[in-house]
Design a protein around this ligand. Structure first.
Ligand SMILES: *[C@@H]1O[C@H](CO)[C@@H](O)[C@H](O)[C@H]1NC(C)=O
Length: 278
């Protein structure tokens, strides 16, 4: 009897024993698009047992999924693959559990998969301890885009002469560290409001709202929005503006009034003459 109870107690303790610290876990965006010649930012966060170590006690590495010794990023630049040297940067602060990686001048062969590895280093000699982990189940694969996406314009409505007109240009991208710039063929800087938004895991959107008061001369003119991505890659979309004239009845009113006045005067004159010669 006593034996059985001890076994049960033991089980309960094992299952319910509080977990001190966190476990090895990483959250990486697994599929992301990148524009060849531009840049891309791979979002990444992680946890490690013990938790809350400072930046200097952690070493972050990005390596190939099947060849762990092929480094895309390492704090020691000489260890990085030649084809990636000078093109990768750890943007996130490891002490804040952030392992976000930036790749610039994206090349066709950069597809990865890119896996993050964290090593805990000793305080005294800066050497890695046995506590290290490669998150090979959470690697990022990049889909290469050879042509830049085109910006979107909307709403596409007819303008009215003299009335405020607003049109929005937007573009999605995956490089928040150097987002694309949006420019218009119409208006000045004061007519434009720009904003940036995180749409979903690694995908961002830059938006530019142009507001102006259309004049008669703007009718049938071409409004073009150009997106210039990092690496000076451009794409554009245009829209032919149709400006409706404000209704103006002066050309009808003035002659009508003139004619009516003349008729009344003539009538009065006739009346006067008739009376006089009676
Ligand atoms: C990680 O770092 C990047 C780059 O500094 C930052 O943009 C991002 O918001 C951070 N992510 C989190 C979850 O804090």
């Amino acid at each position: 009897m006593v034996h059985q109870r001890e076994i049960i107690m033991c089980l309960v303790l094992t299952v319910c024993s509080p977990v001190f610290g966190e476990s090895w876990r990483a959250s990486v965006t697994k599929n992301i698009d990148a524009l060849v010649g531009s840049c891309v930012v791979l979002p990444c966060t992680f946890t490690h047992p013990g938790g809350g170590l400072s930046n200097s006690r952690l070493r972050g590495i990005w390596h190939r999924k099947d060849k762990w010794e092929e480094f895309f990023y390492h704090e020691d630049n000489t260890k990085i693959l030649d084809s990636f040297k000078g093109r990768t940067k750890l943007m996130g602060r490891l002490g804040e559990s952030n392992c976000t990686l930036e790749i610039i001048e994206v090349k066709d062969h950069d597809n990865g998969p890119f896996c993050f590895r964290v090593e805990l280093v000793r305080k005294d000699n800066n050497q890695p301890t046995s506590e290290k982990f490669s998150f090979v189940e959470e690697c990022a694969e990049i889909k290469m885009l050879h042509d830049p996406p085109k910006p979107k314009l909307g709403p596409l409505k007819t303008a009215i002469q003299g009335k405020p007109y607003t049109i929005t240009c937007s573009i999605r991208h995956t490089c928040p560290s150097h987002p694309p710039k949006l420019t218009w063929t119409h208006g000045t800087v004061d007519d434009i409001i720009e904003s940036h938004e995180d749409v979903y895991s690694g995908v961002w959107q830059t938006e530019s709202v142009l507001s102006f008061i259309p004049e008669e001369k703007d009718d049938d003119s071409l409004l073009t929005c150009t997106a210039t991505f990092n690496g000076n890659i451009r794409s554009n979309t245009d829209f032919r503006l149709n400006v409706k004239r404000t209704e103006n009845y002066n050309h009808i009113i003035i002659p009508t009034v003139t004619a009516a006045t003349t008729a009344v005067m003539f009538g009065l004159l006739c009346l006067f003459m008739t009376k006089k010669y009676k």
